[in-house]
Unconditional design. Sequence first.
Length: 318
Amino acid sequence: MKASLYNPQHFVFSLRNSLLLALVTITWHISVTECVDLHLSGEVGGNVTIRCPFDKDRKILFFYFQKGDAFVNGYYEDRHMDHKKVPKWNNTRFDRANNTVYMYNLTVAHSGEYQCHIKYSGGDLKGKKIQLTVTANYSKPEVKQYCSNENQIFGCRVMCASHAGYPDKDIVWNVHGAQIWNVVNTSKTTDPHTMMFSVYSLAYYNCSNGPLEALSCSVGAVTSEMFSLCTQLKDPSEGGWPYMKEVAAILAVAFLMVTLLVWWKCRKRQRVSMLVSRSSSSSSSSSTRRCEGESSLKCNTRRGRSFLLKRIIQVVFG
Ligand SMILES: *[C@@H]1O[C@H](CO)[C@@H](O)[C@H](O)[C@H]1NC(C)=O
Ligand SMILES: *[C@@H]1O[C@H](CO)[C@@H](O)[C@H](O)[C@H]1NC(C)=O
Ligand SMILES: *[C@@H]1O[C@H](CO)[C@@H](O)[C@H](O)[C@H]1NC(C)=O
Ligand SMILES: *[C@@H]1O[C@H](CO)[C@@H](O)[C@H](O)[C@H]1NC(C)=O
Ligand SMILES: *[C@@H]1O[C@H](CO)[C@@H](O)[C@H](O)[C@H]1NC(C)=O
Ligand SMILES: *[C@@H]1O[C@H](CO)[C@@H](O)[C@H](O)[C@H]1NC(C)=O
Ligand SMILES: *[C@@H]1O[C@H](CO)[C@@H](O)[C@H](O)[C@H]1NC(C)=O
């Protein structure tokens, strides 16, 4: 332990206390013989337990727990503390039995130096300094990539973003061959209410350098999902729609069926017209008669495309 910790120190705390001395800010000059620095850490939204060491065999007259000059929690042994005049923090509880302060629902603003002050009967005032550090884990970074072919150069822009962390941290790209990795923009924003940070990084990768695999980005200990870049070295505008092949196949089958249907109907009609011409011996030059004795395929060919189209429309649309 550092020698300085045992040296008598002067420290000052003031407390507006209407009960002790009517609305006077009192400055205490105390010789502190026991000053043990304690470091505690908590997470945003979490709790922390702060034990202020005390002598069980001695009578405590009062106990203050304060942050800087601000009263947090405490009590007087012999009278009630008016918390309308000396408000205590809503998010704290105090257990007299073991001089322990419980602090709940931590925020970044709760970080800082706290002091326990214990006044024993007999005169001496003991103090202890506690350093509280509140952190928040950054969210798992989200990665989005936009690949495009601009001016015949196929490249990808990759964004990595992570939110609501504390303290301030930078995004690190986990890329082998960092010289071909081009970070275009980074930004950091602070929420004025929670004081937490959101971080963002935008990088560009030129696919001419070949595909990249097993990439990720990290913020502190949190790492994104792995991703790959430029693994399909072709223009993304080609065959952009994934179901193109399926749709083409369905259209081909449908066309084949319609053609067969038309062919079959045409043949059936030929037979009918043949029967009609036999029974009536009519010499009219109806279009059906022209098909007499000819194969149905020839029939279709002779009548041309316009007839086929007409038939398709008739069959398909009833
Ligand atoms: C904090 O304490 C409250 C009340 O005891 C409890 O409900 C909550 O789960 C605690 N939170 C954490 C993160 O420990
Ligand atoms: C404490 O809680 C009360 C009511 O629950 C609220 O009115 C007051 O603003 C709170 N004070 C602080 C400092 O959060
Ligand atoms: C303090 O004492 C209470 C019982 O009076 C106990 O529940 C609690 O765990 C103790 N806290 C510590 C930090 O020892
Ligand atoms: C915890 O603190 C946050 C921010 O101060 C507040 O919005 C929230 O209501 C608090 N939750 C509880 C259970 O006190
Ligand atoms: C924050 O990260 C630390 C270390 O990775 C982990 O131990 C802790 O559980 C995390 N806290 C939350 C609330 O996820
Ligand atoms: C970086 O991004 C920020 C926020 O998206 C934007 O305001 C800024 O103009 C960008 N800077 C550059 C050099 O692109
Ligand atoms: C990408 O790389 C190719 C070949 O190395 C180069 O010609 C081109 O200028 C690069 N494009 C960009 C945008 O850096």
